[in-house]
Design a protein around this ligand. Structure first.
Ligand SMILES: [Zn+2]
Length: 105
């Protein structure tokens, strides 16, 4: 997964110009498609196009090795602090699932 950085602001969304200094963003680097659940919401009443998925979980995922966070649908039940990894990208939307890898750290 590519993260774009300028002025210490890291984002998975590609913007041409930095919102802080106004310069063209040229720093980009690859980060693991793994992160931790920062916060989450269970969507009971979704927009029409996602009605068949309800109820589903949308989480803010703090990606590893970066300050960037992204919003993703989580296919499993999760709690804050759970490790999740990218499963697929559907129509530009990130779908994460709980990582089976267990850590002691
Ligand atoms: Zn900048």
């Amino acid at each position: 997964m590519i993260v774009y950085e300028c002025c210490g602001i890291e984002s998975v969304t590609k913007k041409v110009y930095c919102s802080s200094c106004g310069k063209e963003i040229t720093n980009e680097y690859d980060v693991p498609e793994v992160g931790t659940v920062y916060s989450f919401t269970v969507i009971q009443v979704p927009p029409t196009q996602f009605a068949h998925l309800a109820p589903y979980t949308v989480a803010l995922v703090q990606l590893n090795n970066t300050k960037a966070k992204l919003t993703a649908r989580i296919v499993d039940q999760v709690n804050i602090g759970d490790e999740v990894k990218l499963e697929k990208i559907v129509d530009g939307a990130y779908v994460f699932k709980k990582s089976e890898v267990l850590h002691n750290s």
